[in-house]
Unconditional design. Structure first.
Length: 269
């Protein structure tokens, strides 16, 4: 049985890279997908690929930093696909030139933080009322190993700071929304993925990177969580793929909580 059958997913930054891979994976599991991207061409192409494969998708051109635009797109989605069950905050930018802090323009710093953090905040804020009313929903924030303590890279200050902030936002939202049975988790890539962020690197180096589709399986797991089960996780894709004990523990814990109808208590700590 398809794990996301009859679910509706709103995936930001889905015109390419990680977002596109997750949108395709969700559709393959039966979800109706809003393919959200600032680039209309990318959103339409990804939606067309989903529909060609027999899925249901709607392309939405949205600037996630525009609160009104986000709300309007969700209203459009609600009218065409239904209320959102899964929000994936994936839209993100970085400083392609990887400048040190001393040389970083304020406009670049503010742009990265606004898209990567404020965009996720606005999308989460917009879906919370409907999720609360329905007492279910899964919010997934795509973060990065670079946002973890002592894992930052020189030359990536705004990106690292934004992903650390997104991990913290995930934890706060999980605590605030646990009483409403809404799960909030982060999907944290621990490996380099072949996305547009690395387009400046030579092809030989990029061949060593993983395809964004490696995130599909853990993302589907998070998207399919039963209400009030696992929340406040920072799920490592590398551990999921390479450590069966880690993966099996999460699957078993979710199964037990879902059967008991018992909310996860970690978010109370």
């Amino acid at each position: 049985m398809k794990r996301l059958l009859d679910k509706v997913a709103y995936v930001t930054g889905a015109g390419g890279g990680i977002g596109r891979a997750l949108a395709l994976a969700f559709a393959a599991e039966g979800a109706r997908v809003a393919v959200v991207d600032l680039r209309g061409e990318g959103a339409r192409a990804a939606a067309a690929e989903i529909e060609t494969a027999g899925g249901v998708a709607v392309p939405l051109v949205v600037d996630v930093t525009d609160a009104g635009g986000v709300r309007d797109s969700l209203a459009q989605m609600n009218a065409t696909l239904g209320p959102v069950d899964v929000l994936v905050n994936n839209a993100g930018v970085t400083d392609i030139e990887h400048r040190p802090v001393a040389d970083l323009p304020l406009t670049v710093w503010e742009r990265v933080l606004r898209v990567n953090v404020t965009g996720a905040f606005l999308c989460a804020q917009a879906v919370i009322p409907t999720m609360r009313e329905r007492r279910r929903g899964n919010i997934i924030n795509v973060t990065s190993l670079l946002g973890h303590w002592r894992m930052a890279h020189a030359g990536d200050a705004p990106y690292c700071a934004s992903k650390a902030a997104l991990e913290a936002l995930t934890d706060v939202l999980a605590k605030e929304l646990r009483p409403d049975l809404i799960n909030v988790n982060s999907l944290c890539p621990y490996t380099k993925l072949d996305t547009g962020f690395f387009a400046h690197l030579p092809p030989d180096e990029r061949r060593e990177f993983d395809d964004p589709s490696v995130l599909a399986e853990p993302a589907v797991f998070l998207a399919a969580l039963e209400p009030g089960t696992l929340t406040s996780l920072s799920l490592s894709d590398l551990w999921w793929r390479m450590n069966p004990a880690y993966r099996d523990h999460l699957i078993t814990e979710h199964t037990v909580l879902a059967r008991r109808g018992t909310p996860d208590r970690r978010a109370e700590a």
